[in-house]
Structures are given as C-alpha cells and as structure tokens.
Design a protein around this ligand. Structure first.
Ligand code: HEC
Length: 105
C-alpha cells in the first residue's frame, strides 16, 4: 500500500479555509450571518453552524464541510458560494484531513 500523506491543519487546511471561506465566514460576513458558521480558527470550524457541527472526525462523507466543497450537494449550495470550486487536490487534502481525525495539528 502506498504511504498516505498526513494532512496538517496549520500548514495545509487553515490556508485553504483562509483563501476560500473566511471572507464570508467571519464575524459580520454573509455566510456567517446566514448560518452562524465561522471559519476564522480551528475551534470555530469544529463548532460548525447554528444547526451543529460540519466536521465529523474520521468521516468525510458525513461532514458537510467536505460535502459542500466536494460538490456532493445541490450546485446552489456548493461552497465557496458563487465562486469557483476548489481544485481536486485541495478537496482531497480536506478529505484526508477529516479521514485522519480532523486534528488541530
Ligand atoms: C461569497 C461568500 C461565501 C464564501 C466565500 C463561502 N461561503 Fe459558505 N455560505 C455563504 C452563505 C451566503 C451561506 C448561507 C446560504 C447557503 O447555505 O447557501 C453559507 C453557508 C455555509 C454553510 C452552512 C450550510 C448549511 O447547509 O447550513 C457551510 C457549512 C459553509 N457555508 C461552508 C463554507 C466553506 C467550507 C467555505 C469555503 C470553502 C465557504 N462556505 C465559503 C457564503 C459563502
């Protein structure tokens, strides 16, 4: 079996979230106003929306954070909202990170 790259929150996932999400999911941003979801730090990312968590550690397919960026939802609610999707590599980094336990590593 090939060695699997170990995803790192601080150097890989956080920069992706900063690039694609935080402009709207910050205090006062459109995404946060609508959903309560803040992506400005690990703690808030794990807290999720007003309806609950969007990251289920170990289970990307149950994580709406992954499903929304991977396009496994209706196109109208894909994230980032109204913008170009993440690349396949970026999406698989997020998938790996969640599958590997979604740690603050
Ligand atoms: C241009 C603004 C914008 C960007 C960028 C953006 N969002 Fe959103 N987001 C929204 C809006 C508006 C909503 C509420 C409406 C909706 O659900 O479509 C929302 C809602 C959400 C929700 C809640 C969905 C639900 O069903 O409750 C999640 C989770 C989410 N966004 C994740 C992300 C992630 C992850 C990123 C980065 C990859 C991101 N968003 C980037 C605007 C944005």
């Amino acid at each position: 079996m090939p060695l699997r790259h170990r995803s790192v929150f601080k150097s890989e996932i956080k920069p992706l979230v900063d690039k694609y999400c935080t402009e709207c999911h910050v205090q006062g941003g459109a995404g946060t106003e609508a959903s309560g979801f803040l992506t400005d730090n690990y703690h808030n990312l794990m807290k999720g929306t007003r309806l609950g968590s969007v990251v289920v550690a170990g289970d990307p397919l149950s994580s709406s954070f992954y499903r929304l960026v991977a396009g496994k939802v209706a196109p109208s609610i894909r994230m980032p909202h109204g913008k170009e999707a993440l690349s396949a590599i970026e999406i698989s980094m997020i998938e790996n990170w969640i599958a590997q336990g979604a740690e603050n590593n």
